[in-house]
Design a protein around this ligand. Structure first.
Ligand code: PHE
Length: 450
């Protein structure tokens, strides 16, 4: 099959932009800084970067290659390719597709909540609520906002409706158009913020925190969190990129596209870190404040800029838009799966996915207020959803994709699917996907403190 029934990307750059849209999101702007802040700075950075190169890149390639080869939803794609290698009619590999979709719905559930926070903060900025607030004032604003179930659920629901609307429009009209303008705009504002932070903040301390490696800070929970974050940020391990690969023309080089996307993804995370940490160090704000970090710290600096209220508003809107391009990619694979597997219309499929994730998301929204004290071990509902999805479910899915692309797909098939690609590069990818990535994931999972 040369084309997916759901359409095809109009060009190489449309694919790169949409995949970057999937990769770049809250993971880079919201999660990366607070993870780095909570897990020892440079120790986290080192493991994260190593995981991106040795585990992340090969799995990105594997997922896209499987998608482009099969041009179907992840369940049928894995089933079809596995059955081609044996005489059986169905294969257990299809469960990897279901696993991925379940993971995505879980990610979507808390992701919508956080994206709702940025909508809420955009509103606060533009409507003047942030005027004349100092660091203490922002702390109170955050406590008021996160402490209110009604506010969190309102913004959570509103964001989910945006997502619903875009995914309903389908691949070309919805996905491509959405990403076309958001990404460049986000990059511009982030660069401006870094320049600004370097002027008013403590750039040197931020730099040391991120890049001066102290091996002593390294431990099992830093390692598993950094690996989980590499999966999360690259959007791998759950079949998102497999689904995007279905819409990819057969003459486009996967490797080139993947390297571009991963580089942009890391760049945005670093920019976000370099925008936030100088301010944290300058104002002596608590570095390990967890998920609220962004919302506590950035407005302090943003609102002091000239026309700060508008800059802050724009920043939070762009953050919500970056989240939107990721939630589109989170919703699309389960939607396509429901459409193809149960013959549902796009509207019915997206309604089911949106509703399920919205209901689970209520638990996350309530974790910051009513359910704050309901804990499973030390986890709130939100912590459990994020850690389970990011540190366990995505890496297990990723391990599945490594085994599938490296050991189940015949070499000839994966080599053909990866064209255009020089032989040495194919061999390098094959060794990474067969040995380095799966062994790395297994060791980190086994050593993890969970
Ligand atoms: N990569 C996205 C981000 O960093 C989140 C995501 C995870 C998207 C998994 C798709 C799949 O924000």
């Amino acid at each position: 099959m040369n084309q997916s029934q759901h359409g095809q990307w109009s060009s190489r750059s449309a694919f790169i932009l949409a995949t970057t849209g999937a990769a770049v999101g809250l993971g880079n702007i919201w999660k990366f800084p607070y993870m780095v802040g909570s897990y020892g700075g440079s120790a986290f950075m080192v493991v994260y970067l190593i995981c991106i190169v040795l585990i992340g890149l090969p799995i990105m390639i594997a997922e896209i290659l499987i998608g482009r080869q099969a041009r179907q939803n992840s369940v049928s794609a894995l089933n079809m390719l596995a059955c081609q290698t044996s005489s059986k009619q169905t294969s257990a590999w299809r469960y990897l597709g279901w696993w991925g979709s379940a993971t995505l719905i879980l990610v979507l559930s808390f992701y919508n909540v956080i994206a709702g926070w940025s909508l809420g903060y955009a509103y606060y900025a533009i409507s003047g609520h942030m005027k004349a607030l100092d660091a203490e004032g922002f702390k109170q604003l955050w406590q008021h906002f996160s402490g209110s179930p009604v506010l969190l659920i309102f913004w959570h629901s509103l964001f989910m409706l945006f997502n619903f609307w875009i995914v309903k429009r389908g691949v070309k009209r919805g996905l491509e158009q959405a990403t076309h303008y958001m990404m460049p705009a986000l990059l511009v504002i982030l660069v401006a913020l870094v320049v600004y932070a370097s002027q008013i903040g403590d750039f040197q301390s931020a730099w040391n925190f991120l890049f001066n490696f102290h091996p002593k800070a390294l431990n099992a929970s830093v390692t598993i969190s950094a690996m989980g974050h590499a999966f999360f940020t690259l959007a791998i391990g759950a079949g998102c990129l497999l689904t995007y690969g279905c819409y990819l023309g057969s003459t486009i080089s996967i490797i080139e596209a993947v390297v571009t996307v991963a580089a942009l993804d890391v760049l945005v995370a670093l920019l976000s870190g370099m925008a936030i940490f100088p301010i944290i160090f300058h104002y002596h704000l608590p570095i390990s404040s967890g998920p609220g970090l962004m919302f506590l710290v950035l407005p302090v600096a943003l609102t002091q800029m000239p026309a700060g209220q508008w800059v802050a508003g724009l920043f939070f809107i762009l953050m919500a838009l970056a989240a939107l391009t990721s939630t589109i990619s989170l919703a699309e694979p389960p939607v396509v799966l429901l459409m193809e597997h149960y013959k549902l219309s796009r509207t019915k499929a997206i309604t089911s996915v949106a509703l399920t994730s919205w209901i689970i998301g209520l638990g996350s929204a309530l974790s910051f207020n009513r359910w704050h004290n309901y804990k499973l071990m030390h986890w709130t509902f939100f912590d459990a959803s994020t850690d389970l999805a990011t540190n366990i479910m995505l890496p297990i899915g990723g391990l599945g994709f490594c085994l599938f692309a490296g050991w189940i797909m015949p070499k000839k098939q994966s080599m053909d699917a990866l064209q255009p690609c020089p032989t040495w590069l194919y061999r390098t990818w094959l060794s990474l996907i067969r040995y380095v990535a799966p062994v790395g994931i297994l060791i980190i999972l086994i050593a993890s403190p969970f």
